[in-house]
Design a protein around this ligand. Structure first.
Ligand code: NAP
Length: 674
């Protein structure tokens, strides 16, 4: 008997009182036990908050992103260990790609986004400063800082690795320690993954703890700085979110629960089109991958009434070739459900669906899974239902059979298709397979508010499309209503779920000190030398160069016009320019001013500034007429390390005329050697 340990307080703890037995999904043989009711959950939480939280908060976003990347590389190099133990969950080798490789891929994406989209700092700024007073002496700035508590991640059985890593990646990047509680049925895979992570030595102590088995009184011990992220059934979510202590302390509670996801076939996608084949292929994949145990799987196949028979025929042809059995056996393409309890649940739900729909493919009768000991396994045959009258039906829109079961239903027009999709009362994803952009738009606008993700696919996108059922770390995962009302991932959006947004108000100097980004109005300090001669590490936030003036002449304007070909009338024709409400007469080109500005502030000799990589937020605020002069104020606004060789410096650039009036403003991006 294998013992599945918890990892808490820096130690591995064996199963104890209250431990539960776990069976192999494909054979039914009990092979492991997990759980220990005697764990001291108050101490576990305190260890996370005090040890893990302090260590993570001492790191910058970039430090934590580097840690995620190192973890991803380590798991990737050792993923065979996870593959080997995953077969017992009933998963096939290709299912492992969704769970294990998908989880590792999520770590990689967060590691990369953390380095590219977050500062190398402890504070994340939300937007720019807001001027709250008349002169700009009092401003506001929204900031994000990490919660001071712990994140409790409760996962479903179907993705023991991805389910953990898609929650850990954003919480660790945010700087919040986590307690992972996997579903008991597949917790041995999560345990193996946590062992790899802790053995790697990459995680600070207390950053990740694992509780195999029950969570005891943890939810009663949480405070307002903690967060719970739950994935599982609607029933459990309802019970947990109603925990009085969570309500009393306004503890953040995110729920990702079951949903009746739909896929809609466009009326243009008749047999013989690439879209028809694509639709059928995606539907078959969603029914069979992970034996249909995917929260995003297509439960309702919504097809134009005249195409229903063709869809059934084509889908049945694919499903009839799917070999089902022990995932370790040769040639098996679909494995088992995770447990006998799940099998019983799916068959019971299928029976409910059968009261409103007829079975047109599959079913358990005569079904014989492959494998020596498969008779003890939790196998369910791929099964298709047809609900001929989905308007009168109710159960097909609300019963989630969490297995290889899907129901086809006919629709009349775009409105009807959208109406049927929305009868799931909120789902994680709906797909529309069509080459008709108008149909896609009509349906999307009707269904978007009911679905967390809308997936459009056709001949143009199919070679790169990521799949109806695959949540991408870049995009939000979650959905309204029945799907739990939660939201995870979505790139850096997911990181913010573990941080507090605070409105900070004060002077420009205060906001510069707190945010680490220079705010106009804060002190500008002259540097010891021209800033373009100074390396990345030497430049200080607020360091400023003020150039001498340059007069702009009519000759300059005409030369620039003929040289570039930009002979727009506002620069060339005095009368026409004067008729324009913006100009007093002929004015200098904005691009001429930018070029003159560069001529004023650059240091020509070879030095640490390597490249100008762009301009942000350029505004021309006041016209410049012949005879005006301009001067430039160049200030180091923000510094972002990029690699060992160079970093990005964001300069605030302001152009003034001879009267001190602001004529242009922008941010200049340069790469500067470290
Ligand atoms: P579940 O029975 O609701 O369990 C989910 C998790 O909650 C498990 O870790 C479970 O632990 C834990 N749990 C149950 N009672 C608890 C309690 N009183 N206190 C603390 N934790 C408790 O769901 P499941 O059967 O594992 O997963 C299948 C369901 O999850 C399906 O309905 C599916 O649609 C949904 N799902 C949704 C998503 C999504 O992202 N939206 C993803 C995957 C799955 P034990 O296992 O130890 O009981």
């Amino acid at each position: 008997m294998q013992e599945i340990f918890s990892h808490v307080l820096g130690r591995w703890i064996a199963p104890g009182p209250g431990a539960r037995e776990i069976a192999d999904a494909a054979t039914g043989r009990v092979f492991a036990r997990a759980g220990n009711d005697s764990l001291d959950f108050a101490a576990v939480l305190e260890f996370a908050r005090a040890r893990g939280g302090a260590s993570l908060r001492a790191m910058t976003f970039h430090d934590r992103a580097r840690m995620l990347k190192a973890l991803a590389l380590h798991l990737n190099a050792n993923k065979q260990v996870l593959y080997d133990v995953s077969y017992a969950t009933g998963a096939t080798l290709s299912d492992h790609a969704f769970d294990i490789d998908g989880g590792i891929g999520t770590l990689f994406v967060y590691a990369s986004k953390g380095r590219r989209e977050l500062p190398d700092a402890h504070v994340l700024l939300d937007g720019g400063p807001e001027q709250l007073g008349r002169t700009g002496a009092f401003l506001g700035q929204h900031i994000y800082t990490p919660l001071r508590g712990a994140a409790v991640h409760i996962n479903a059985f179907n993705f023991p690795v991805w389910g953990m890593l898609e929650k850990l990646a954003p919480s660790l990047l945010a700087g919040v320690p986590s307690i992972v509680k996997p579903a008991t049925a597949s917790c041995y895979v999560t345990e193996a993954c946590v062992r790899l992570m802790t053995d790697s030595g990459l995680l600070p102590e207390g950053a990740v703890q694992l509780v195999a088995g029950g969570l005891g009184d943890t939810l009663d011990l949480l405070g307002s700085q903690d967060a719970v992220t739950f994935t599982g059934s609607a029933e459990t979510a309802l019970k947990l979110r109603a925990t009085p202590n969570l309500i009393r302390n306004a503890v953040r509670f995110t729920a990702e629960q079951d949903s009746l996801n739909a896929s809609i076939l466009g009326p243009d996608a008749v047999p013989g089109t690439p879209e028809f084949d694509l639709f059928v292929k995606e539907a078959a994949r969603e029914i069979t991958v992970k034996a249909g145990q995917k929260c995003t799987a297509i439960r309702r196949i919504i097809a134009p009434e005249p195409l229903v028979a063709a869809v059934i025929e084509a889908l049945s042809a694919i499903l009839s070739k799917i070999t089902v059995g022990d995932p370790r056996a040769e040639g098996v393409r679909m494995g088992a459900l995770v447990s006998q309890e799940q099998k019983a649940d799916v068959l019971a739900k299928a029976a409910i669906i059968a009261t409103e729909a007829e079975c047109v493919f599959g079913g358990q009768e005569g079904f014989a899974p492959i494998g020596e000991n498969a008779s003890g396994g939790a196998f369910v045959a791929p099964t298709l239902f047809l609900c001929a009258d989905p308007d009168r039906a109710t159960k097909v829109h609300e019963t989630e059979a969490f297995g290889p079961v899907s129901t086809i239903m006919p629709y009349r027009d775009a409105d009807h298709a959208a109406n049927l999709a929305n009868r799931g009362k909120g789902s994680l994803v709906a797909s529309i397979i069509t080459h008709d952009t108008q149909f896609a738009r009509d349906v999307t606008l009707e269904i978007a508010s009911w679905h967390g993700r809308v997936y459009l696919n056709d001949r143009d996108s199919m070679a790169e499309a990521t799949g109806h059922g695959a949540p991408m770390p870049h995009m939000v995962h979650g959905g309204p209503g029945r799907a739990g009302g939660g939201e995870e991932q979505g790139g850096i959006r997911g990181v913010k779920h573990f941080m507090q947004r605070t409105a900070v108000q004060g002077s420009p100097a205060m906001l510069t000190a707190i945010g680490g980004r220079w705010v106009p109005g804060a002190t500008k300090t002259p540097g010891p030398a021209h800033p373009f001669t100074r390396r990345f590490g030497a430049l200080a936030i607020g360091e400023t160069l003020v150039t001498g003036p340059r007069t702009v002449t009519l000759d300059d304007i005409e030369h620039f016009a003929s040289f570039t070909g930009d002979t727009f009338y506002a620069h060339m024709d005095e009368a026409a320019a004067a008729r324009n409400p913006f100009f007093p007469g002929r004015v200098a080109h904005g691009y001429l001013l930018l070029s003159f500005a560069a001529g004023l502030f650059v240091e020509p000799k070879e030095g640490p500034v390597l490249a100008n990589t762009g301009l942000d937020g350029l505004r021309f605020l006041k016209p410049v007429v012949p005879g005006d002069s301009i001067r430039v104020t160049l200030t180091v606004k923000e510094k972002t390390p990029r690699n060992a060789d160079y970093g990005e410096v964001r300069w605030h650039v302001r152009l003034d005329n001879q009267d001190g009036e602001k004529i242009a403003e922008y941010e200049l991006l340069t790469m500067v050697a470290v």
